[in-house]
Ligand binder design. Structure first.
Ligand SMILES: [Fe+2]
Ligand SMILES: [Fe+2]
Length: 315
């Protein structure tokens, strides 16, 4: 069977007939268009990205700060867009894997909801939806959807990622400057709560084989390492303007932005979800491997400095 394409290309705009039918269908399903935003401006502020108490940040001028916050907001939307895109494929895959008519009904509804999420985020606009812009976190989610088995799907996508996503979307809604955008995230959260709960319920009937557990652990390690690295996107944007004077200077920026404790908080949420859902022997393995332990400040400094161009001292 041909491998599932989680992120298909956008339809050619000259295929008008099909696009018209799609728009008609969206309308029949109750879609109302969001008022378009007239200009690009930040949707989340410096406190959302933990920049407020950074001296490096305060030293930037207002125009630069505006540009960085706008770009960070675009990246938030871009990641959410591609994750919802993956959500549509996920619903389709779970639909086909359903073992009862009721389960199939549920995933058909989920498919519609993920489509609505995608279209709402797309209508906010101001970010690129080009395939080469797919963030690495979304790409990994796509890989899990295409390749994991049903127990892995339930646990990794529905329980963990949707559980994590709804916490994250709640904070996005709470801190957003724009009421319309905040309402988009609030409405998505309502659906994600049900998706997450269904994952918890369906996973109760699953007996994990050793190979399922092994594959879940290896995906978990990759997912967690992407969180554990720290505020990659913020550092990448800020570094374009700050011009860090080597890794010592960069380390003080991470210190000012509480990068280690903020990241530790995120790892704690993931750990909580993992322990709540996985058999104890499996989740204990993550703890024993140190996967859930946060990096120290020097470790985070080195890891991020190596990942972001222009921070590490020239050899
Ligand atoms: Fe969604
Ligand atoms: Fe969902």
């Amino acid at each position: 069977m041909k491998k599932l394409n989680v992120f298909p290309e956008k339809h050619e705009s000259d295929q008008r007939d099909f696009l018209t039918l799609l728009e008609q269908t969206a309308k029949v399903h109750g879609e109302t268009l969001l008022p378009s935003r007239r200009f690009e401006r930040p949707l989340w502020g410096e406190d959302f990205f933990n920049l407020t108490s950074s001296k490096h940040w305060r030293d930037l001028n207002d125009v630069t700060k505006h540009a960085v916050l706008t770009a960070l907001g675009q990246k938030v939307l871009q990641e959410a867009y591609f994750i919802e895109c993956a959500g549509m494929a996920y619903a389709g895959k779970m639909n086909l894997a359903s073992t009862s008519r009721e389960e199939r009904q549920f995933f058909s509804f989920v498919g519609e909801e993920e489509t609505r999420h995608l279209r709402m985020i797309e209508s906010i606009g101001g970010f690129s939806t080009a395939p080469e812009q797919i963030p690495s976190f979304a790409l990994l989610i796509g890989e899990i959807i295409a390749e994991a088995t049903k127990p892995g799907h339930l646990l990794l996508i529905q329980i963990l990622l949707e559980g994590w996503g709804l916490n994250y979307y709640k904070t996005l809604a709470k801190s957003c400057f724009d009421e319309t955008v905040a309402n988009v995230f609030k409405s998505i959260v309502k659906d994600e709560i049900r998706h997450h709960s269904a994952g918890v319920v369906l996973f109760r009937d699953v007996t994990l084989s050793n190979s399922d557990a092994e594959s879940i652990l290896s995906y978990l390690e990759r997912l967690i390492s992407m969180v554990k690295i720290g505020p990659y996107t913020v550092c990448q944007e800020v570094s374009q303007y700050v011009g860090f004077q080597g890794t010592g200077d960069f380390r003080s920026f991470l210190h000012e932005t509480n990068a280690v404790s903020v990241t530790a908080g995120k790892l704690e949420i993931i750990g909580h979800l993992v322990y709540k859902s996985l058999p104890r022997t499996v989740s204990d393995e993550l703890t024993h491997n140190g996967t859930l332990a946060p990096l120290t400040l020097p470790e985070m400094t080195d890891t991020l400095a190596q990942a972001i161009l222009g921070i590490a001292e020239p050899a």
